[in-house]
Design a protein. Structure first.
Lengths: 199, 421
């Protein structure tokens, strides 16, 4: 018992350094409560640290809203996101997108081999036309930033575009899909490595 | 949120707790008697540091740093139940599912690694050792305990007949038993009647044990004795996955009523089955503290709660979350417990600050592995309607795939960080 007490007290003393890591944010902030469910997959404050789950912190609200609507209507196929998109629409999509737009985006910690990044840089020449020289995107045209995004997610999305399984028939994506059809599947890993490495 | 004054910062940050610990140190053993850590401001006590409780503790601090949070959890490390079936199959190590609580301490959560012995709702205090802790709001996330007495021979043979239904030492021991089983041996898995923790978990375990046997001990067999009438979660997807495992002998409506480790035999109402390795997942109820505090219903098993605030319908001053709850149309899953933790944290903070609790429903994301590299998933979305949680939609992955498995890995990384980092 005595040992336990000393350990408990020691732990208390150890907690003197207190740091407030950025997380859910204050409760009164717009969308903060409505966004809590998202962290389970997309990480604290939407900054996913995994390869497969996309970072949603700092997303442009208009782009974000279109994705939620496309998921909810089944245009963008995802068994995981379709129910959650409906839940977000039920809660108020503008509050949720406003919350994540205000979060500071932290680039993925997932690193890729330097040779894959190098090959991806070369292969990315055509992507820069829309996504910009640093993959920063163009908010006005609903073109998302790719810089620092999770590589597994990027690779999966490129495959879905190539196979026309993401938002089939969407005229705004026709040129993108035509380009993806010219790229061999194995190059998608290189492109994902390159764009995820950008800061 | 209120502006954090210097005084409030000192009170709720480590400095205030340091002073408190100094008092505890001075008195040592005596300090655990009586009110050993007097409350100096608003305080939330959380019992249970699993998926629900650890999340609730962290999020109260995230939402309002002027509130002191004390988490009572006997285990010094968090071991994830999700993904622990992969340890049985030798695909993951238990270390890869084991995490510390330092992340919560960085949020200013004070953690006491003891077992709460009782709750005194009238005095708003939790009994701990020979002393007690006072609270303004109490969150109880007690998990499940096993009803050993439901199966003859189980209570006295807990060291031989493993459950491995709380990730930890038993997970490793069962993996060792499986690895040591001779090729040609029989592994018997017993599944209790619903409700129990993690509805698809036993079927994921069936898949992974079958995968392990097929790969490593091809002459062996897996007999699954399911007390339920059919697979109770993701049934079509599991059935499809089991096409690859002719070594599975699945027997529905087969409730195990006895086990005899001497004869290496389990007994159902109609049959006796010999085994080389047995895994009995016993029937379950809410964790012991919920029974002690009279939070369970007439069945003495589960806790009915308000669907918005998670306050117990029997003890309105106490919030109950996670697998111990009943009455919501949600599964007993880690993702649901995590969501309940966050919603309850918001409710608790608002109630302490004299505001209305938010009206928010949880969500459920549930991945199951069906081999060493493929997984399936089910997702449920909910809303609040007339004060009750109602399902909006349920979706399943169309088929098992490695991509789903990659997203399962992504989910664990995100949700473990959401709970603990």
């Amino acid at each position: 018992m005595r040992v336990t007490l000393v350990i408990v007290a020691g732990l208390l003393l150890c907690s003197v350094t207190w740091t407030g890591a950025e997380g859910a944010g204050p409760l009164d902030e717009r969308g903060a409560v409505k966004a809590v469910t998202c962290a389970a997959c997309h990480g604290p404050a939407g900054n996913s640290r995994s390869s497969a789950m996309p970072i949603i912190a700092g997303l442009e609200p208009a782009y974000f809203k279109k994705q939620i609507e496309d998921y909810a209507t089944g245009k963008r196929l995802s068994p995981e996101m379709e129910p959650y998109a409906k839940q977000v629409l039920n809660l108020g999509v503008d509050d949720v997108t406003a919350y994540f737009a205000a979060r500071k985006r932290e680039a993925t910690p997932v690193t890729s081999p330097a040779d894959a990044v190098g090959r991806g840089r070369t292969a990315a020449a055509q992507c820069t036309i829309c996504h910009g020289p640093q993959g920063q995107g163009d908010a006005a045209k609903l073109i998302p930033s790719l810089a620092g995004q999770a590589p597994g997610y990027l690779r999966e999305q490129m495959l879905l575009f190539k196979q026309d399984r993401r938002s089939p028939g969407d005229p705004t994506l026709a040129a993108l899909k035509a380009l993806m059809k010219t790229i061999p599947d194995e190059t998608f890993g290189d492109l994902a490595a390159y764009y995820s490495s950008l800061r | 949120m209120r502006a954090v004054t210097r005084r409030a910062f000192l009170r709720t940050s480590g400095l205030g707790l340091g002073a408190l610990a100094g008092g505890a140190l001075a008195g040592c053993a005596a300090s655990m008697k009586g009110d050993f850590a007097p409350k100096k401001g608003p305080r939330v006590v959380v019992i249970g540091g699993g998926w629900g409780g650890a999340t609730a503790a962290k999020y109260v601090r995230q939402f309002d740093r002027t509130i002191e949070v004390v988490l009572i959890e006997p285990n010094r490390q968090f071991v994830s139940c999700p993904f622990s079936n992969l340890v049985l199959a030798g695909v993951r190590t238990i270390d890869s599912l084991t995490m510390g609580y330092d992340g919560l301490r960085k949020h200013g959560v004070r953690i006491i690694h003891e077992t709460a012995s009782a709750i005194e709702p009238d005095q708003k205090r939790v009994r701990l050792g020979e002393g007690y802790l006072q609270y303004d709001r109490l969150v109880v996330s007690p998990g499940v305990d096993f009803q050993w007495e439901q199966i003859e021979g189980l209570a006295q043979n807990q060291d031989k007949v493993l459950h491995a239904w709380k990730a930890g030492p038993q997970t490793v021991q069962l993996a060792q038993q499986l690895a040591a089983m001779p090729d040609g041996g029989v592994f018997v898995l017993s599944i209790p009647l619903a409700a129990y923790r993690c509805p698809p978990g036993p079927y994921e375990r069936t898949s992974l044990v079958a995968w392990y046997l097929k790969t490593n001990k091809p002459k062996s067999k897996l007999i699954v004795l399911d007390a339920n009438q059919n697979i109770i979660s993701k049934a079509a997807l599991f059935r499809a996955a089991w096409q690859a495992y002719p070594n599975i002998d699945y027997r529905p409506a087969s409730r195990v009523i006895g086990v005899d480790p001497g004869a290496r035999e389990v007994r159902t109402e109609f049959d006796k089955i010999r085994y080389d390795v047995v895994n009995v997942i016993p029937p379950q109820r809410a964790g012991a503290i919920a029974v002690q505090a009279d939070l369970v219903g007439g069945d003495k098993r589960w806790c009915e709660v308000n669907h918005v605030t998670y306050q117990s319908v029997k003890q309105p001053g106490i919030h109950v979350i996670g697998d111990a709850t009943i009455g919501l149309p949600v599964p007993k899953s880690g993702n649901i417990a995590n969501a309940m933790g966050k919603i309850t944290a918001a409710a608790v903070v608002n109630l302490i600050n004299g505001k209305e609790p938010p009206t928010l429903a949880p969500g459920n994301t549930c991945y199951s592995w069906v081999s060493d590299r493929e997984a399936i998933a089910v997702v449920n979305a909910y809303k609040i309607e007339n004060g009750k949680v109602v399902q909006i939609e349920q979706k399943l992955t169309p088929a098992q795939s490695p991509l789903v498995a990659q997203r399962a890995i992504g989910w664990t990384q995100s949700i473990w960080a959401d709970i603990l980092a």
